[in-house]
Design a protein around this ligand. Structure first.
Ligand SMILES: [Zn+2]
Length: 344
């Protein structure tokens, strides 16, 4: 692997400010309790059973078969090998792995992981099993909030509004201390520890998306930030045609939290695997303007690399004014996402 070529794929992120208030905050500790001290048994490379302490529905073997074949054994990347590097003067939080300090073997191991994002690797990091019950309880609770308040509203819901919904509606029920502590742990844990190297774009769990700043996109159930995001989307539809649809727009920390926890359950507690295909809460650029597009009738394949073979994607690639956030072999620890449009 040519490191220079690899680095050329590296994009810096623009600094974005959030509105919102600070009803609920905590001191950030350097050591989060989230990650198991001992990641547990060394797992086979792919498609095998999760650690015994997790009782989630087993993932079908076929689902975990990587498209590029079963990965061969990889050297373990020590946490120190994956130091983040500051990018640009405006970056408030570092992003990207420091690829120059890695050996070729480690670079290959890193690439194998993001290319086979849904596989299980021996060096993957798991949620500490003691959080299993609260993970399930909190995820169900969030699902309740979403179904009661509506999918559209939930996309924009702030943490404070989530608390309020719990207090106001007995069918949702108040969030309990263990759930709130857990959500904070997830939000404030440093995801470098499990292999995600994207920038943190929302620093406070209570950051909110002002309603006046968003526009509802007809027939999508999603919203976009007015201004650059909305303009770019409208321009894309005008240039590509009405087969183009918005599959996900602006997302609040609460929405991202629900998606990430659900993904963690699906991954049997494997935080590394979950974060290879979904940014942890606070790290999603959906909170600050990025959005996902798809093709009508393409269904779930809109969220696979198959999207890059559609005529719509080819047209987009030819437009010249569109970037995707997570290109192949990016430095953020994330799979290739041809559907995820980068703003700024
Ligand atoms: Zn996306």
């Amino acid at each position: 692997m040519n490191k220079r070529a690899f680095l050329e794929g590296f994009f810096t992120a623009s600094a974005v400010a959030f509105g919102g208030h600070f009803m609920w905050r905590r001191l950030q500790t350097t050591d989060s309790l989230i990650v198991a001290e001992n990641p547990g048994p060394v797992l086979p490379q792919t498609g095998e059973a999760p650690p015994a302490s997790f009782q989630f529905t087993p993932i079908e073997i076929e689902q975990t078969q990587p498209a590029a074949g079963i990965p061969s054994p990889v050297p373990t990347l020590a946490a120190n090998d994956l130091q983040a590097t500051p990018v640009g003067s405006s970056a408030t939080t570092p992003e990207g792995i420091r690829i120059n300090s890695l050996s070729d073997r480690q670079v290959d191991a890193y690439l194998r992981k993001i290319r086979n994002f849904d596989a299980i690797f021996a060096s993957d990091i798991y949620l500490d099993p003691k959080y299993e019950a609260v993970l399930l309880k909190t995820t169900r609770h969030l699902a309740n909030v979403e179904s009661y308040m509506g999918h559209g509203n939930f996309n924009l819901m702030s943490f404070d509004e989530m608390l309020q919904a719990g207090r106001n509606f007995s069918r949702i029920g108040e969030f309990e201390k263990d759930e709130l502590d857990f959500l904070e742990e997830i939000f404030f844990a440093n995801p470098h520890r499990y292999g995600f190297f994207g920038k943190k774009v929302s620093l406070d769990i209570t950051d909110a998306i002002p309603r006046k700043d968003v526009a509802k996109i007809p027939n999508s159930g999603h919203f976009l930030l007015k201004g650059e995001s909305l303009n770019l989307y409208n321009k894309l539809v005008a240039d590509i045609g009405d087969q183009l649809i918005l599959t996900s727009g602006v997302r609040s920390n609460v929405k991202q939290m629900h998606l990430f926890l659900a993904k963690t359950i699906e991954a049997n507690g494997n935080l590394s695997r979950a974060s290879r295909s979904l940014a942890p809460p606070g790290h999603s650029f959906h909170g600050v303007g990025d959005f996902d597009i798809g093709k009508i009738g393409f269904g779930a394949r809109n969220f696979t690399s198959d999207f890059s073979s559609t005529e719509e994607y080819r047209k987009i690639a030819r437009l010249g004014y569109v970037d995707i956030r997570y290109p192949t072999d990016n430095l953020f620890g994330v799979r290739f996402e041809p559907w995820h449009i980068k703003l700024g």
